[in-house]
Design a protein around this ligand. Structure first.
Ligand code: ADP
Ligand code: MG
Length: 729
């Protein structure tokens, strides 16, 4: 059989730049053209129907059946105008992808013709077969059916001639089977809690929503290399491969010129995104070779999550057209940076205020400080939950690997905010403050905006960093649905804001004045959260030691971290805030554990196969060449001469033999451990066994394979090498 690697090298050299066909040169001419947004609703819906949709979006009001029919008609008319032939409910099941089942609009009529049909019932609710989506046991104990229900807060869109209607996906008994349902509920909980706190400062605030701006990192590789690497195809990451002599050490890729083929791919997927109203704004090269990033303008969190999911799908499809494959895995290549998806998060009010942005006067700055301090406190008290929301089999490789925040959750605030916190902590006392002291404190607080304006304080090594007007949750993995970290953060914050409100109320009840009550509570929180603040290098070994001294947890093991889903406090908190029921929390825990186990199982099988079918035979072939060579030398040379001259070949032969037998032995042991794990009945124990007993072999085996890659004749090696895959021309 032809060596796929050489074929791939040939093919990748022949690539041409695929030109992009634009609908129009100016983005503003076609931005959102395929979205059933407010403007289009206004022209396709009756006034009554339009107002009903707006009320559903703004106030979460239920849409009346009769009106739903009207909306469906308008939506259909618009979709047909955009060339749609089919419609689908578009949802985000817990397997991490997006799901859709298309139905044609056309329907036969009694007189033998066809018409395009679509009505309210089809818009509002559908019943896809839930049995093939992860459900964590919910389906088995209750009903096999699931249904999808329209989420009017995320607009419908047309893609590939199909009208897509964003929906939630729940079991027939109401339990959530998707990412969207808890996100909407957590937003609602945060809204209620934040409005109450805002009203302490400003009565006009009636609604608060979380904002999210994600930064999507990814790798690109040529399609031919991808097809020649079964590990990439099946696991999304390379399970073997020696580092390229040159990778990222010169830091010449970061922010460098974007290769022409890649630029064309970027224009293409951005163009598609604009048509769908995804406001992708920035693009650049990342640190590792072949690594890139794009980021949109931030949006309301539910919409931002939908847009991220949609964008990932568009990127995958567009990559194929350009003969690339896009890799969203958090660590596709060992030894170079992995990919994250920083989640920039804040909260905004209906009055247009960013709650994490300093205001213009002492009052609004006190509100700003309250939200910052409460976020810090929420992160401290929910560090385990936040970590469990972002740890996966993929992200586990990235966190703590010297180029990503470690599995220790800490908060970076910057020197200015820290100074403010010091001032509050030192000037506020339990006893009543003197008017002078109060004025002084308010003056200090009033100075915040000037200071922050030129605040260039940045820390890129913190998992959770304040960046002037938002927090950046940097530990999120590139392949993840952002809903998971956003649900954790919204819920933790909602809970914290409720506590804050109660703490203040307690002091007010004791007759303490409002400002003073706020100062006192903030002082207490600042004092209690000191240990989570870390301003130094989060990637350093010193921090690991220091964090340990501070008593901060450092859990890099996914199954252990996931236990936070089912801790008593978290189950209670999610239940109390009506985000996820205890049953739903357990189901989610089960699903995450199962996904982790299956990923390790697949990686272990793929590596075993490749080691035995590709690597060992290749090594033996090279061994035979050496043996032939040694034999010839022995025939030709005198013994003394032979011993001297053949020593290199002989020692190489020995080295190869050692690696081959190590690989064989380790693969056998790994298979044995897999069998033992598979025999475990308790699925939780089984997952821990996969993590503790099977997973370690992946690296051990790889070490030997990577050594062989250096020894074996390049002509014989069948797997594309890092140095070949990682540099797109
Ligand atoms: P950096 O590389 O400095 O982190 P980027 O431009 O790559 O900056 O990304 C910053 C992201 O933060 C963008 O998506 C931006 O829209 C987002 N962002 C800015 N303000 C807010 C906010 N108030 N809430 C949420 N996200 C925000
Ligand atoms: Mg960035």
């Amino acid at each position: 059989m032809a060596n796929l690697r050489f074929q791939a090298l040939e093919d990748s050299k022949k690539r041409e730049i695929i030109p992009v066909e634009y609908d129009s040169i100016k983005t503003s001419d076609f931005f959102g053209i395929n979205v059933f947004n407010k403007q289009k609703m206004q022209s396709y819906l009756s006034k009554e129907a339009f107002e009903e949709v707006q009320a559903a979006v703004d106030e979460g009001k239920k849409i009346d059946r009769r009106i739903a029919n009207q909306i469906a008609l308008g939506m259909k008319a618009w979709a047909l105008d955009r060339g749609a032939t089919h419609y689908t409910h578009w949802f985000q099941p817990l397997n991490g992808a997006t799901a859709e089942k298309h139905d044609a609009f056309f329907e036969p009529t009694v007189d033998g013709g066809v018409i395009e049909n679509f009505h309210g019932d089809l818009l509002v609710q559908q019943e896809p077969d839930a049995s093939s989506f992860p459900n964590g046991g919910i389906r088995n104990t209750f009903e096999a059916r699931g249904y999808t229900a329209w989420d009017p807060s995320s607009p419908a869109f047309v893609i590939d001639r199909t009208l897509c209607i964003p929906t939630i996906f729940v079991a027939y008994t109401g339990e959530a089977l998707d990412f969207k349902t808890p996100l909407l509920k957590s937003s609602h909980a945060l809204d209620k809690a934040a409005v109450r706190v805002c009203n302490m400062f400003d009565k006009e605030v009636t609604k608060v929503h979380a904002t999210l701006g994600w930064e999507q990192e990814y790798f690109l590789i040529d399609e031919a290399f991808y097809n020649a690497r079964p590990d990439l195809m099946l696991c999304g990451r390379t399970l073997m491969g020696h580092s390229s002599a040159k990778n990222q050490q010169l830091e010449d890729h970061y922010f460098g010129a974007i290769p022409a083929r890649v630029a064309s791919f970027m224009y293409d997927f951005e163009h598609e995104s604009y048509k769908l109203g995804i406001p992708v704004k920035t693009r650049h090269n990342e640190v590792a070779p072949n690594q890139f990033e794009c980021a949109p303008v931030f949006e309301e969190v539910n919409l931002a999550v939908d847009h991220n999911q949609l964008l990932m799908a568009i990127m995958e499809k567009t990559a194929v057209k350009h003969k690339f494959r896009v890799l969203f895995h958090e660590k596709p290549f060992a030894g170079i940076n992995g990919s994250g998806k920083h989640n920039n998060w804040s909260m905004a009010t209906n009055t247009g205020i960013n709650l994490l942005s300093p205001g213009k006067n002492p009052k609004s700055n006190l509100r700003f400080l309250s939200f910052v301090v409460n976020t810090m406190k929420a992160v401290m008290d929910n560090a385990d939950l936040l970590r469990s929301s972002i740890l996966t089999a993929g992200n586990e490789h990235r966190l703590g690997a010297n180029e990503a925040p470690p599995s220790i959750i800490s908060v970076f605030l910057g020197s200015h905010i820290n100074k403010m916190l010091d001032i509050i902590e030192n000037s506020v006392s339990e006893t009543k403050m003197t008017p002078d002291k109060k004025t002084e404190l308010k003056m200090d607080i009033g100075k915040i905006p000037e200071i922050l304006l030129d605040n260039t304080d940045r820390n890129r090594t913190s998992p959770f960093a304040f960046t002037g007007n938002r927090f950046e949750f940097r530990a999120v993995g590139s392949a993840m649905n952002c809903s998971s970290p956003m649900v954790a953060l919204n819920t933790a914050m909602a809970n914290q804001l409720n506590i804050f409100h109660d703490d203040i109320q307690n002091l007010l009840d004791k007759g303490i004045k409002r400002d003073e009550a706020i100062f006192q509570v903030l002082k207490k929180y600042i004092h209690e959260s000191r240990k989570i603040i870390f301003e130094g290098n989060g990637y350093s070994q010193e921090w690991v030691i220091e964090a340990n001294k501070r008593g901060l947890s450092n859990i890099g093991d996914t199954p252990v971290s996931l236990q936070a889903f089912v801790s008593k406090e978290n189950i209670e908190m999610f239940d109390r805030l009506n985000v996820l029921s205890p049953r739903e929390m357990e189901a989610r825990y089960d699903i995450r554990m199962e996904t982790f186990r299956k990923k390790i199982q697949i990686e272990s099988r793929v590596l075993g196969d490749l080691a035995v079918n590709h690597i060992i035979p290749t090594a033996i072939r090279y061994q035979n060449i050496l043996i032939e060579n040694v034999r010839g030398m022995r025939d030709l040379l005198k013994t003394g001469e032979f011993n001297r001259q053949a020593s290199l070949q002989l020692s190489t032969l020995k080295e190869i033999s050692n690696h081959i037998s190590s690989i064989k032995e380790l693969v056998d042991h790994m298979t044995e451990e897999r069998k033992l794990a598979n025999a475990i009945n308790d699925s939780i124990a089984q997952t821990h066994a996969y993590s503790n007993k099977v997973k370690p072999y992946l690296n051990e085996i790889r070490v030997h394979i990577d050594k062989l890659e250096l020894i074996v004749d390049d002509e014989l090696w069948t797997m594309p090498k890092y140095r070949e895959m990682l540099f797109i021309r």
